[in-house]
Design a protein. Structure first.
Length: 533
């Protein structure tokens, strides 16, 4: 019998979500209805801010205090919106589990990974401490984290973004939930690990009969994992149906636009005679002390010319972000680093301050980098307080409005707090904060990983336009090779802290020499996508 003939595991009926904001009442979700059956995957797709995540946060009872929810969310016949908080807490983590888009907001920085995995196991099961620890180790192995024993002893800040995301996936699956809500679960993961995680979810779903709500902006992924699709725009479902129907015969113009969206074009080449802005030789980064030292970056060198974009790609944990932080003097490192001819490797913190405005960074996890106690306008102008103390409050506010407009956000949003924005909107605020100081060098650490394809294309166009107008130089870190192809002049491929291959972007992506590079490209592109433009 078809799973669609059984009663739904969860049924959402006429769900609406309103937020009280300084500008008045804002409706984020409007009369949304859909159902998920046991063993079925329903994908919710749409642009950043379309209401995808808010719908499921309402189901989990995790919306902020200024939210008002109407409608019904029936899980196994019980309305989650009217359940007592204690009853809902008992369901969360046991029968209902959620993988969040931003792992640093869900992992406690003061506790080791092992402790955070063991806690929900013991809370929702009768396992002993020994057996709960064994279960936690098993889950870390299932999500392909290296050295599970070491990971159990680690703190969240000691893991890469992709590794933290895999910890979150392990935590969500550890009690074999009946319904898994996966909110951009592979956003921070490289393409090879994405495929492994999706295969793991599909296997667990088949084995346990688990229902899944898969929230994503990656339509290629949705095509392979979903049974049915709901397309959302501006808080409403504009189209829904079986996955084959949605992709092969979309009815709504917005659905067709989503399917066709992809970063296009190429960056104009940088002048070959441009001066070297950033020079690095034999940069090495080591964490820990003997005998437990880990060499995260091993003897890397780079010459980055003014106006050039160098892309750094590689698997999660390959050392991409660590190398970039070392170049910015945010990590202790060995080797030589020069910025605009000035040796900065040995400068003190005070001596580095004049260079900070010229060397800005956009981090991978916007929620972890943005203060929840500040408005978007205050966040965007925070750097001006340090580097432009001469500006008046009115001048800073005007610059905040302009910066938000440049990243395609409504300037009136500058009075809102971070929890009122979607993941993609938060990332654009982070980009605006970096750009407002008009830096010469901008390190972009997975700047589009939280964005849907339509917004990715807009941000890529924006970054290329800003680079041309302000003669910016970019170091662009990403696991999304389609975005790297549209952004970079040259590409560096990293694995386990070492350089595997480097060269012009077209050469590396179309004619890779290293076997590892070939595997990355095979996982990211199909034959048609890799055809020369």
């Amino acid at each position: 019998m078809s799973i669609l003939q059984d009663p739904p595991l969860i049924e959402v009926r006429n769900l609406s979500v309103h937020f009280a904001t300084p500008e008045g009442d804002t409706q984020a979700v409007r009369d949304v209805s859909f159902a998920v059956h046991a063993g079925e995957t329903v994908a919710i797709v749409g642009e950043s801010g379309s209401g995808k995540s808010q719908s499921m946060m309402a189901a989990m009872g995790l919306l902020p205090g200024n939210a008002r929810v109407t409608g019904e969310i029936a899980f196994k016949g019980r309305n989650l919106l009217t359940l007592p908080r204690r009853a809902l807490r008992e369901l969360r983590g046991a029968e209902l589990a959620m993988i969040f888009q931003e792992p640093m907001t869900s992992l406690d920085p003061l506790y080791r990974i092992g402790d955070q995995l063991i806690e929900p196991i013991r809370r929702h099961s009768r396992l002993s401490a020994h057996d709960a620890r064994a279960r936690a180790l098993e889950m870390l192995g299932l999500v392909r984290l290296p050295e599970p024993e070491r990971m159990m002893r680690s703190y969240p800040h000691e893991l890469s973004g992709g590794q933290r995301q895999r910890v979150m996936i392990a935590m969500a699956l550890t009690n074999d939930p009946a319904l898994l809500i996966a909110d951009e679960p592979t956003t921070a993961l490289d393409v090879t690990i994405q495929a492994e995680i999706l295969a793991l979810m599909a296997d667990l779903q088949k084995r346990l009969g688990m229902g899944m709500v898969f929230i994503s902006h990656d339509l290629n992924m949705v095509r392979h994992i979903a049974d049915r699709v709901c397309v959302m725009r501006a808080g409403e479902v504009v189209e829904h149906g079986p996955v084959a129907q949605i992709f092969e015969a979309p009815q709504h113009p917005y659905t067709r636009a989503l399917i066709d969206a992809d970063p296009k074009g190429h960056k104009p080449p940088a002048p070959t005679n441009a001066p070297v802005l950033l020079h690095a030789r034999d940069v090495t980064v080591t964490f820990g002390t003997a005998p437990h030292q880990v060499q995260a970056v091993r003897g890397l060198s780079l010459d980055l010319r003014a106006g050039e974009t160098v892309g750094i790609v590689g698997e999660s944990g390959s050392g991409k972000s660590t190398f970039a932080r070392a170049l910015l003097r945010l990590n202790q490192s060995e080797g030589e680093i020069r910025f605009d001819g000035v040796p900065i490797s040995t400068l003190t913190r005070a001596q580095m301050r004049p260079y900070r405005a010229q060397m800005q960074v956009v981090f991978q996890d916007p929620f972890g980098a943005l203060s929840p106690r500040m408005t978007a306008g205050q966040i965007v102008t925070e750097g001006l307080l340090v580097h432009r103390p001469d500006l008046t409050r009115a001048a800073r506010d005007a610059m905040a409005a302009q910066a938000l407009t440049e990243v395609q956000l409504n300037p009136e949003f500058r009075n809102r707090y971070i929890h009122e924005f979607s993941g993609g909107q938060r990332q654009r605020i982070a980009i605006a904060r970096a750009l407002i100081l008009k830096p010469r060098l901008l390190v972009l650490d997975e700047p589009t990983s939280a964005l849907d394809r339509m917004v990715q294309a807009q941000v890529v166009d924006l970054l290329r336009d800003l680079q041309a107008r302000h003669q910016l130089t970019y170091l662009f870190i990403s696991h999304d090779l389609a975005v790297v192809r549209a952004m970079a002049d040259r590409v560096m491929v990293m694995k386990s802290g070492e350089l595997v291959e480097e060269g012009p972007c077209a050469q590396v992506l179309h004619a890779p020499r290293a076997a590892y590079t070939k595997r990355l490209i095979a996982a990211a592109f199909d034959t048609q996508a890799m055809a020369p433009a």
